[in-house]
Design a protein around this ligand. Structure first.
Ligand code: AMP
Length: 442
């Protein structure tokens, strides 16, 4: 009697995590290239910090009472007793590195950018993951509103130039001078409506009053719409700074609106705070990124008092929006040559031929594990390759190859030693023809 073995359950993806499959990589490459390009133009240098940091770094910077720190961090204690967390955002690590590497001694502002994974144990839904990527730009060491405006512009133009319809929503959250006074006024207002708040906001009432303004619950939103606004309670210094930022934005061709409910989820923000929302879907605004000034953070983390401002953009969400709007990445250099082989000897020789062509800079493809020519030609055609170099027993014996033009299906016998020059000649004349066709179309 045969005993049935119990089938082992398959191990699946961890909840809230995501695989990025080959078909989506072109979007990621597009974004990464664009980030590099913006960084180069605006003079930002790349900084990579570790994914793991000491937990108190986030408690002190992002704030103990924020959702991110109190509910969403992946924290653990190592065997040696260190309290560590997977970073839920990157600004805190950037500031730690700025202090630790004495960047205060460099010409200010120090302009840095990052691309990296963040971890938040949030409720997974479309566009919300527990591991996700953000890129961000940070300018540390400058108070001038021109820097705030420049960062707003970078975050806006980045998304606009990808082809998305976006709008900047901007606010000022004041500073240690004027915000405490405003919070008293705000608390006074909510005191009368306390029972109407959602359970989360009941909890936030004392711990994080400002966040009552950006709750998504319908009744909380209604209450927030009538709440006293920070902009009416700014001190002279903050007011002047905010006006300065807006004046620069007015000079430029960007769509922005004032939104008193933009407070951002983290404690460290002062003065300017903004979000970039996608506007193409009527009535369904979704934040793609946000930023703000954080003039007190460097001192909070043990550095000298140093002003700073920065933003972060969520990359999964941007890609989701690109796909929803059917915006595709620019096509990369197409494959030019496919090396096809028939028989063991030919396969051996075509492996070194493939390497040779690749090293010479040809965009080359292959399918060494396939034996039939038909399969290989089909694959070449699927990949959109224009020329196939065919190497069989006969060609090996003759010291030749066949070059097949996949468009005309014409095959020509070519001397093995002349493969590269013959391919180059064909590809060059093809690109001249394409340029002519393009010019004609214009
Ligand atoms: P924040 O760091 O919370 O200001 O978020 C900045 C941007 O990061 C958001 O606008 C989103 O695009 C993205 N983001 C934040 N949380 C998540 C998440 N859980 N999953 C995917 N993207 C996120």
């Amino acid at each position: 009697m045969s005993v049935k073995k119990a089938k082992k359950p398959t191990i699946q993806l961890v909840k809230g995590m995501k695989d990025t499959l080959p078909d989506d990589q072109q979007y990621w490459q597009w974004l990464r290239d664009k980030v590099d390009n913006f960084a180069k133009n605006y003079g930002f240098g790349r900084l990579d910090t570790p994914i793991l940091e000491f937990t108190p770094l986030f408690k002190r910077s992002v704030g103990e009472e924020t959702d991110i720190v109190s509910k969403e961090m992946y924290s653990f204690v190592t065997e040696g007793g260190d309290k560590l967390s997977l970073r839920p955002e990157s600004t805190a690590g950037v500031v730690r590195a700025y202090i630790e590497h004495g960047m205060v001694n460099q010409p200010q502002p120090v302009k840095l950018f990052y691309i990296g994974q963040q971890f938040r144990h949030d409720k997974p839904q479309a566009g919300r993951y527990r591991q996700f990527w953000q890129f961000g730009f940070e300018a540390i060491g400058e108070t001038d509103p021109v820097i705030d405006a420049q960062l707003v512009i970078i975050s806006h133009n980045f998304l606009k130039e990808l082809g998305l319809d976006v709008e900047v929503q901007i606010n000022s959250v004041g500073d240690a001078n004027c915000r405490p006074q405003y919070l008293k006024v705000l608390k006074g207002y909510y005191q009368n409506h306390r029972k109407e708040l959602c359970p989360d906001c009941q909890d936030r009432f004392n711990k994080n009053t400002l966040r009552l303004l950006d709750c998504k619950n319908t009744r909380c939103q209604e209450l927030a719409n009538s709440a006293p606004q920070m902009v009416d309670h700014l001190c002279e210094n903050c007011k002047e700074h905010f006006m300065g930022v807006l004046e620069y934005l007015d000079e430029l061709d960007i769509t922005y609106s004032l939104n008193a409910k933009i407070v951002r989820g983290l404690d460290y923000y002062t003065k300017t705070a903004w979000e970039i929302v996608e506007t193409s879907e009527a009535g369904k605004l979704q934040s793609l990124g946000g930023g703000g000034r954080y003039d007190d953070l460097i001192e909070t983390l043990g550095g000298r008092p140093t002003p700073a401002v920065g933003f972060a953009i969520g990359m999964e969400r941007v890609i989701l929006k690109l796909q929803e709007n059917k915006i595709t990445p620019p096509t990369s250099k197409p494959l030019e040559v496919f090396v096809a082989q028939l028989g063991l000897e030919a396969r051996k020789k075509s492996m070194s031929l493939f390497e040779d062509l690749r090293r010479e800079g040809f965009q080359v493809a292959e399918a060494m594990s396939k034996k039939g020519l038909k399969d290989q030609l089909e694959l070449a055609s699927k990949k959109g390759v224009r020329y196939v170099v065919i190497l069989g027993q006969k060609e090996i014996a003759d010291g030749t190859v066949l070059i097949r033009d996949m468009e005309s299906c014409v095959q020509e016998v070519v001397d093995f030693r002349k493969i590269k020059s013959e391919l180059r000649k064909r590809l060059d004349s093809e690109s001249v023809r394409l340029i002519k066709v393009k010019k004609k179309a214009l």
